[in-house]
Design a binder for this molecule. Structure first.
Ligand code: FAD
Length: 321
């Protein structure tokens, strides 16, 4: 049986997030001849619709209402619920981002659905869709499928390789005003905490610092290395607790979960709670002066040494490339 797959599209600073294209790629595998319907909230535009079509959307559904111009839990959950009731998809997919983590459980509860959250992979065998998700802080992976009813899942960013855009593809664009009532929160202003120019959860390279960096000034070297590599900067909780950097940069079980191509851990011991947030990185480089540091057990490249000597050397060498 064919399946219509609804993909909840996310923007950041007015730009479509990479994770939305990854989710569209996953959605395309699931249709079995059905349609991929991308839903955009707030004002849509032709350029966005074209990008979504090129990445796999057959239809672009723009749900408009002035309450949807900035994310709020109340407005978006009402809007998505209405869209699901109108479109009647067989599968709903969202990115497992801060927005997706807030929105998906609420909408699932409103619609009386289950939710398979934080999936890192999808296997499609004909009609069967199996979602793979980590458990026990990434130590094990479980496979889940929905036996009956609407399938609802959130997909972790940076785990599904987004397909190449197909310039020939076009999509039907449907614009609809949705009803939003009973708003308990009004967004008056958005004050951003920044982790640098790049979004940590979508960065391909992350330079991360721990307690071993010793001070906020010590992080300046990491920012410099990140600048040279085009990387984002992350941190351990100990570094955030010590005030070396902002909590928005924390990677780990209670921070952000990241899966970059390259993760460079500087002065981080490798506590299980930190590993929970980064051990699925494709290549891990660890710099630590303690040869017994647990981070070396997950590292692909281990540099035993003083980060204050190693990082400047890396900056010097990478500048030559
Ligand atoms: P440390 O463990 O103190 O390690 C510092 C490392 O720096 C050491 O290995 C040392 O050898 C090395 N070092 C020192 N000087 C140098 C130098 N000059 N050059 C090279 N290496 C040097 N932690 C997280 O990171 N993220 C989380 O989300 C998180 N959530 C948690 C949730 C709970 C419920 C709990 C209980 C803890 C959580 N933690 C989390 C904390 C975690 O247990 C660790 O305490 C923390 O990760 C340690 O951070 P660290 O590696 O920077 O510090």
């Amino acid at each position: 049986m064919s399946k219509n797959v609804l993909v909840v599209v996310e923007r950041r600073d007015g730009i479509l997030r990479n994770v939305s294209f990854e989710v569209l790629t996953a959605a395309q595998q699931m249709t079995n001849g059905g349609e991929v319907i991308a839903v955009v909230f707030g004002q849509g535009n032709q350029d966005e619709a074209q990008q979504l079509a090129q990445h796999g959307a057959d239809k672009v559904y723009i749900a408009t209402n002035e309450e949807l111009n900035a994310y709020s839990t109340d407005a978006f959950s009402q809007a998505l619920t209405e869209v699901v009731q109108t479109v009647k998809p067989d599968v709903i997919l969202v990115g497992h981002t801060a927005m997706g983590r807030d929105l998906a459980p609420r909408v699932a509860a409103r619609l009386g659905l289950g939710l398979i959250s934080d999936c890192t992979g999808v296997e499609v065998n004909g009609e069967e869709i199996v979602f793979i998700r980590p458990v026990y802080a990434g130590k094990l992976f479980q496979k889940k499928k929905v036996k009956e009813g609407i399938i609802f899942a959130s997909i972790r960013p940076n785990n599904i390789v987004k397909g190449e855009p197909n310039a020939q593809r076009t999509a039907n664009v449907i614009e609809t005003q949705v009803t939003i009532t009973d708003i308990r929160t009004i967004i008056k202003d958005v004050v951003k905490k920044t982790t640098g120019k790049l979004d940590l959860t979508e960065a391909k390279i992350i330079v991360s610092g721990g307690r071993g960096v010793k001070s906020a000034e010590g992080f300046n070297q990491l920012y410099e290395l990140a600048e040279v590599l085009g990387a984002a900067v992350g941190a351990s909780r100990a570094a955030c607790d010590a005030g070396y950097c902002d909590y928005a940069m924390q990677v780990g079980q209670t921070g952000k979960v990241v899966t970059p191509d390259l993760y460079i851990a500087c002065g981080i011991s490798g506590a299980v709670q930190h590993l929970a947030g980064m051990s699925n990185s494709k290549i891990i480089v660890a710099i630590n002066k303690d040869p017994e540091a647990p981070i070396f057990r997950v590292a692909d490249y281990s540099i035993v040494g003083d980060l204050f000597e190693v990082v400047p050397l890396l900056i010097e060498e990478f500048k030559k490339v």
